[in-house]
Design a protein around this ligand. Structure first.
Ligand code: PLP
Length: 402
């Protein structure tokens, strides 16, 4: 995959004018290839006009670009229709949209939502806001000590009041690839729909929402080589049709009077205001980019790199790796002896190695793991075994300093 590094100018940077950048913070955000940045620049320079409501040439061209980007996303997820593809600002907004809108339509005081112990805050707090508003309650699927969902317990969490299950496809801390197809099968057997948080799966392997049969699927553009500020909510039409708008404004209406307003068709009903139509172009080019390389090739490369990293890291004295031994993806959280994760992250940074430290927006999971935070290295298609070696050598240097 090394040839693709040239598409990412930032990877050529030197950090502190000394070390070539080793960027291992891809679960937080990925770097952007030229193809994405250039497509966005081109649109600002040559096409820019507000979408959907102009009769003039540029507006129509910008609208066509945005709608073809929606088709690119549809294809990427293998959704049945572009009506089911809603552009949002990212995974967080997508989950909040479902919580507020699905919650308003389908939940009442005393109803229940099932999440898991390994969720990102966005898949916890969104439901807690609904809890405060409607009086629903949360039930939590526990995890095993090696970071796998306890499916045996999931069965027992369903009651007659369960309205939704919302789980991560891949944990941003443990790298666990959750058996979402099985979660969906069990939930559907109880007549309960499922939201899959795909923030950490879409960058790493092919996703097929129809095969998975999820009811909702959320992901962020910036984690899959696209721009910041744009993401997607996929939802089955049968749910989206019944759900009320999330925000009010332009684009989401058909007619407005002071007495009565009627709402636009899907997906526009959920896209109030001027969308980030340049970012949607960037996202589509990013999805084209990874599709041209091949999601299966990317997955194979990253799995190999993750296994290599696990093997190499285990040679470090005092190394503790969190999460499962296999069936994991592109994320390795670890702790070395009693070296504080912040010290480790700061000192590695001085060697030009960027990792993430802290609670990774998953404080309940940190509590379950019995730590305040971890060090996390996460990989993308452009990372190499040499960079893993640099990480391990860097950790050894830090360890010797302590
Ligand atoms: N869910 C998971 C599993 C994540 O890893 C993240 C980001 O780290 C999010 C949700 C939130 O994504 P965003 O901040 O792009 O909305």
């Amino acid at each position: 995959m090394k040839e693709y590094r040239n598409d990412f100018p930032i990877l050529g940077r030197k950090i502190y004018e000394k070390y070539p950048l080793v960027y291992l913070d891809n679960a937080a955000t990925t770097q952007k290839p030229r193809q994405v940045v250039e497509a966005m620049t081109e649109e600002y320079y040559n096409v820019n006009a507000n979408v959907h409501r102009g009769v003039h040439f540029l507006s129509q061209q910008a609208t066509d670009l945005m709608e073809s980007s929606r088709e690119t996303v549809r294809r990427f997820l293998n959704a049945g229709s572009t009506s089911e593809i809603i552009f949002t600002r990212g995974t967080t907004e997508s989950i909040n949209l479902v919580a507020q809108s699905f919650g308003e339509k389908f939940m009442r005081e005393g109803d229940e939502v099932i999440i898991s112990e390994m969720e990102h805050h966005s898949n916890i707090v969104s439901w807690q806001l609904l809890q405060a508003r409607l009086g629903i309650s949360l039930r939590v699927i526990p995890i095993t000590d090696d970071g796998q969902l306890r499916l045996d317990v999931l069965e027992k969490l369903f009651t007659g009041r369960t309205r939704l299950v919302s789980v991560a496809h891949v944990s941003n801390v443990l790298g666990t690839v959750n058996p979402v197809a099985e979660v969906i099968r069990i939930s559907h057997a109880h007549d309960v729909p499922v939201l899959v948080d795909g923030a950490q799966s879409t960058p790493h392997f092919a996703v097929d929402v129809r095969e998975m049969d999820c009811d909702f699927f959320a992901f962020s553009g910036h984690k899959v080589y696209g721009p910041t500020g744009v993401g997607v909510l996929y939802g089955k039409e049968r749910w989206l049709e019944q759900m009320p708008p999330y925000m009010g404004g332009g684009e989401m209406i058909k007619t407005v009077s002071f007495e009565r307003t009627t709402f636009n068709d899907l997906p526009y009903k959920f896209e109030a205001g001027t969308p980030d139509y340049v970012a949607t172009t960037g996202l589509a080019r990013a999805l084209d980019y990874v599709s041209a390389i091949g999601m299966d090739r990317i997955a194979a490369h990253e799995r190999d790199l993750t296994q290599y990293a696990m093997q190499r890291l285990q040679t470090v004295e005092g190394m503790k790796i969190f999460g499962p031994a296999d069936n994991r993806d592109a994320v390795v959280s670890f702790q070395v002896g009693d070296i504080h994760h912040l010290d480790m992250g700061t000192l590695l940074d001085r060697l030009g190695i960027a990792i993430r430290t802290g609670h990774h927006c998953a404080e309940p999971l940190m509590r379950r793991l019995g730590v305040e935070g971890t060090c996390r290295a996460s990989f993308a298609l452009y990372n190499t075994r040499e960079e893993v070696d640099a990480l391990v050598e860097g950790i050894e240097r830090v360890r010797k300093m302590f």
